[in-house]
Ligand binder design. Structure first.
Ligand SMILES: [Zn+2]
Length: 299
């Protein structure tokens, strides 16, 4: 495998949580990340983010992988499961503790302000009578900036927007932010293509990369699909049975949402067209209306 940083090989990834089948929103992230990797003659990896068992639905990792296969998307390396990576997350936590960048917080939910911004109560040690619960990383006191290829320069003052944030929860679950950063570096990911719902998380991830001495990949946050009334997608709009019954229609609907209008055709010819014509310059910054994949099959 080529090394990163300094790598000439583009490495992208699709990293779903196993909380249901592919829905239209996750299909968009899968298709966009896949095409960006194929267009760049790079690799496309798949990572299952199964670190939060209470949120997971049994069988959905397999269902997502089967949906991707039906759509004609194959990862270039074996699928990485975050549930197999706890040792690496623990090592990163220890590295941050040893370098003074992470500390134990004894605050319970009741102790935290409703704003969600951590006031730094345990920054200088646990208050008397408190036991260590969650592990937090210290954020810097200057605004952090990063570039997004669609949304431009993003600036986030973590101290005022979130405060020192949790990297290992009181229930022992490693935080999403930490696991993503550790694994993007482990997999040598050079560019992250995902939905704008994760744009807010990116500054925290860039901060963790800096704290851990890891490279920062490029970022492309694609617009999110919403329901006609503006609300978020629900499980009822998942892909079953679209990916088995009408994968070409599902792919075509995703491409149209992403600003590309392929000619009608079979799966192979749509992919061929899409790889040839893919350009993130065609992606919109704005939210779009989701396509009900369940209805496509009947059309
Ligand atoms: Zn605390």
């Amino acid at each position: 495998m080529s090394t990163y940083p300094g790598s000439k090989t583009y490495i992208g990834r699709f990293a779903p949580s196993p909380t249901g089948r592919l829905h239209f929103g996750s299909l968009l992230a899968a298709v966009a990340s896949y095409l960006q990797a194929r267009k760049s003659h790079g690799k496309w990896l798949v990572r299952i983010e199964d670190i939060d068992p209470p949120r997971e639905i049994v069988g959905s990792a397999e269902a997502i992988l089967s949906d991707l296969a039906t759509l004609g998307m194959t990862a270039d390396e074996p699928v990485l499961f975050q549930s197999h990576r706890f040792k690496a997350y623990q090592q990163s936590c220890e590295q941050l503790i040893q370098s003074g960048l992470a500390y134990w917080c004894g605050c319970s939910r009741r102790d935290l302000p409703a704003t969600g911004i951590y006031p730094g109560t345990c920054r200088n040690g646990l208050p008397p009578g408190k036991l260590p619960r969650a592990l937090r990383v210290r954020v810097g006191d200057v605004p952090l900036s990063f570039m997004d290829r669609i949304h431009g320069e993003q600036v986030d003052d973590l101290q005022s927007s979130i405060g020192d944030f949790v990297i290992k929860r009181a229930d022992g679950v490693y935080a999403y932010q930490l696991a993503v950063v550790v694994d993007d570096a482990f997999q040598h990911v050079t560019e992250v293509v995902r939905g704008t719902d994760l744009l807010d998380s990116t500054a925290r991830q860039v901060w963790l990369q800096q704290c851990l001495g890891l490279p920062t990949p490029g970022y492309v946050h694609i617009s999110t699909a919403v329901l006609p009334d503006g609300s978020k997608l629900s499980k009822s709009m998942d892909s079953d049975p679209i990916c088995r019954q009408a994968p070409a229609e599902a792919l075509r609907a995703a491409l149209i949402f992403l600003g590309h209008e392929p000619p009608a055709g079979g799966l192979a010819s749509i992919w061929h067209w899409a790889i040839e014509n893919w350009s993130i310059a065609r992606l919109s910054k704005d939210h779009g209306i989701a396509v009900d994949l369940g209805n496509l099959a009947g059309k």
